[in-house]
Structure formats: structure tokens, C-alpha cells
Design a binder for this molecule. Structure first.
Ligand code: XMP
Length: 409
């Protein structure tokens, strides 16, 4: 809890008519001495100098995270800093941003051809459409069916991008190649590296078939960069090698085009709408590059993939049917490497455990689990267990991020 001490432009309309507010302080450090010519604006029991200011020099300091959702009204502080203190004009628009990104892509690419790693998810779809607008037929989209995609995803991608949007789309069925490389691999980071490397190898293989391809376009977002490099730069605090970043081999023969690398998911969605992409594509839940491989701890087999695709499909359909899909930031089914005993009719069963995860979030950096009604949980559990051979128990993940991550691996 955090208490108002003195008036400041920074806290204009922040406290409202209260004297205190909830803010998110998750670090172990604190400022112990106030610098010369600074005054305290707000403090908490643990941090005497939670907000400080030097009004003449317009220096402000906060010892908490105003940008996270757990800080009540935190955006107001950022707003006040930008508009009341720095006096920045409100002249940003998503149309200008789109035009600028198109210009940047044209400048970077020149007369060369680009291949785009199209997965059909929001990020790569927005990248593809952005490049389509920027360089037209110099763009070649390559869609790799890793065998680790959601049910029917490959059919939908071909229909949307090749048939409807008339892009150059090359469909590569690499299901067998991925499965072979992943045989008996259980370590999460190893799975990610194998998938990332094979992905790039396949791109390079197809790039060689098209003359003058110099660039590879990817839908890397800002959170992917932060979490792969670690915020402090230290390798030890790295969380996961995100497929778009960590999986790249050192000796890659293609240069990268990553127009979304400074954007968060909500900004990418706005950009997609600005680019006239279909709402269904734009509002789709995120799907990780390594796909179902990281939703299946332990070894990956054809049988497990088949079971998982079905479970995920039923879960997502149920969310849509109950009008819940758009209230949830991301949802999926996972298959745990555990078999448990159950009873079906008069028979004993010994089958896999299916885990369901559904979270709310703003940008994937932090997340809370979604609280379903009991009736929904009962019906989806029944549907999965009764319809899919191979699952006899369903559990729901109620951890937030942090301490968990959104994906299991
Ligand atoms: P985590 O599990 O790190 O996930 O909390 C945060 C968000 O990132 C997605 N994710 C990935 N996306 N390549 C991607 O393109 C990846 O390797 C990858 N790993 C996780 C995840 O689905 C969630 O939306």
C-alpha cells in the first residue's frame, strides 16, 4: 500500500479522493537517501521514497511498476508524465504507424525478394499482409506444416492466404521431418532449439529455389525479445528460448525483417485491423512457434499429437459456443506425460491426463487464470473424456504468470 505525501503534477488525478493506492513493487532494492533538491511525493511502508520529484529540473523517480495491470491507475502516471510534464502532443495514429512501417520495410528490402515465415497466427499474418502492401509480389510466404499445429490449421491457412488474399504461398508438408528430429527428445529447451533450427533450414531450402531472396520476415514481438535475451542481459535469468529468436542458427544466410519487434500484441492487432485483415485472424489467441510440442511435456508421438489436437479443438469450440473465447487472452489444452486409472462403463481405463489452461492478460508478460463457472468446467471435461480415446481425466491450471509461464515448456 502506497500513501500520498505531497502534491505533484505526476500524480494529478491518480489518487482520486483516496489517500492511498495499490502499486506493484516486486524488486528487492530500495532508495535509502533522498538526493538534494528532491521531495517525496508518495511512500510505502517498505519504500520511503516510492515517488520523488525535482520540480525545477523536472526529474521524477518511481520505485514500483506503473506499467503493470496490478498497479491501480498506473497508466495515469505515465499519461501525466507524457502529457503534463513533457507536454508531448497527441499526434500518434495507427494509420501513421502502418505507413511508417511500410516505408521502413521498403527501405530495408530495396529491390530484393523476401520470404515470410507464415504460420497463420496473428503475428505472422500481420507481417505477411504488411509486406504484401509494402512489396507485393516480391513477397513469398512459406507455410511449414510441422505436424504440431492446431486441428485443421493448414487447411485454413491455405484457404485464407492463397485463395482469398492471393499471396504467393508455398505450402511445405514437413510433418515427418519434424517428428523424426524430435524422436525421444524430452528436454523443453532442446525441443525449442530443434524446432527453431529445422524451421530455418526449411526456409533456407526454399529460399534457394527463388532467385534474389535476401530476407526472411518474422513476426517477432517485443515480449519475445525481452524474454529471450533476459531484461538484465544475464544468461542465467533467461526464461525460455522463444522460437523466433533463440532458435536461429548463427550462420543464417538470410537477413531478418522483423517489423513488429517493438510492438506488443494489442498493437499488432490494431495494426492488423488497419491493414484490413479479417477480424477472425486478428482476434485469434496466440499460438507459440514450437506449437503442440511444448504443450506435451515428455516425448512427442503421433498418437499424442492426434489426441491433443482433438482435446484442444473441443476446448476452443466450447469457449466459442459459450461466448467466452474473446474474454480470454489465450486458452489451450495440453497432454501431460502421466497416465491415470479411470472407469468407463464396466471397464478400467489407464489413459492420459489432459490439462486445460485459460488466461487473461494484456500482453502475455503477466497473466491470471480465467475463472470458469462450474457448469462449463463440467461440460468440457465430460466432452473431452467421452469423445476422445486416450484421455480419462481433465485438470484445470490455476496458476498465474509469474510464477508460472503461460506455456508448459
Ligand atoms: P510464456 O510461456 O513464455 O508465453 O509465458 C508467453 C506468450 O508467448 C507465447 N510463446 C511463444 N510464441 N514462439 C512464439 O512465437 C515461442 O517460442 C513461444 N513460446 C511461448 C505463448 O504462447 C504466450 O502467448
Amino acid at each position: 500500500m502506497f500513501i500520498k505525501k505531497n502534491k505533484s503534477l505526476l500524480t494529478t488525478n491518480f489518487f482520486g479522493n483516496k489517500k492511498s493506492k495499490q502499486v506493484w513493487m516486486s524488486h528487492a532494492d530500495q532508495v535509502s537517501k533522498l538526493p538534494k533538491n528532491f521531495k517525496v511525493v508518495a511512500s510505502s511502508t517498505n519504500s520511503k521514497f516510492a515517488i520523488v520529484e525535482n520540480k525545477i529540473k523536472k526529474y521524477y523517480g518511481v520505485q514500483f511498476h506503473p506499467e503493470v495491470t496490478h498497479t491501480e491507475n498506473g497508466k495515469k502516471l505515465i499519461n501525466n508524465f507524457i502529457f503534463l510534464i513533457c507536454k508531448i502532443k497527441r499526434n500518434w495514429s495507427s494509420r501513421d504507424q502502418k505507413n511508417q512501417l511500410i516505408k521502413d520495410v521498403r527501405k530495408q528490402v530495396g529491390i530484393n525478394k523476401v520470404i515470410c515465415a507464415l504460420s497463420g497466427g496473428v503475428d505472422s499474418s500481420v507481417v505477411a499482409q504488411l509486406l504484401n502492401k509494402a512489396i507485393g509480389k516480391k513477397l513469398y510466404c512459406i507455410f511449414v506444416n510441422t505436424g504440431l499445429l492446431r486441428k485443421n490449421e493448414e487447411v485454413q491457412v491455405v484457404k485464407t492466404f492463397k485463395k482469398r488474399l492471393k499471396m504467393n504461398l508455398i505450402y511445405v508438408n514437413a510433418e515427418r521431418e519434424f517428428l523424426k528430429k524430435l524422436k525421444n527428445v524430452t528436454e523443453p529447451e532442446k525441443k525449442r532449439k530443434i524446432i527453431g533450427n529445422l524451421f530455418i533450414k526449411i526456409f533456407e531450402r526454399y529460399a534457394k529455389k527463388i532467385k534474389n531472396v535476401k530476407f526472411l520476415a518474422q513476426g517477432t514481438l517485443y515480449p519475445d525479445l525481452i524474454e529471450s535475451k533476459s531484461v538484465t542481459g544475464s544468461q542465467t535469468s533467461k526464461i525460455k528460448s522463444h522460437h523466433n529468436v533463440g532458435g536461429l542458427p548463427k550462420k543464417m544466410n538470410l537477413k531478418l525483417v522483423e517489423p513488429l519487434k517493438f510492438l506488443f500484441k494489442d498493437e499488432v492487432r490494431k495494426l492488423g485491423l488497419e491493414l484490413n485483415l479479417n477480424k477472425e485472424i486478428i482476434s485469434r489467441h496466440p499460438f507459440p512457434g514450437p506449437g503442440l510440442a511444448i504443450r506435451m511435456p515428455g516425448i512427442i508421438t503421433n498418437e499424442k499429437i492426434k489426441i491433443l489436437k482433438e482435446a484442444d479443438y473441443y476446448f476452443i469450440q466450447a469457449l466459442k459456443n459459450h461466448g467466452l473465447y474473446h474474454k480470454i487472452w489465450q486458452a489451450y489444452a495440453a497432454l501431460l506425460p502421466v497416465k491415470t486409472v479411470g472407469v468407463m462403463g464396466d471397464n478400467r481405463t489407464y489413459e492420459y491426463l489432459c490439462l486445460l489452461r485459460a488466461i487473461t492478460s494484456e500482453d502475455g508478460m503477466t497473466a491470471d487464470y480465467y475463472e470458469f463457472k462450474k457448469s462449463f468446467m463440467q461440460s468440457i471435461s465430460n466432452k473431452i473424456v467421452n469423445s476422445i480415446r486416450g484421455i480419462n481425466r481433465v485438470v484445470y491450471d490455476v496458476t498465474s504468470k509469474p510464477p508460472s509461464t503461460i506455456e508448459l515448456e
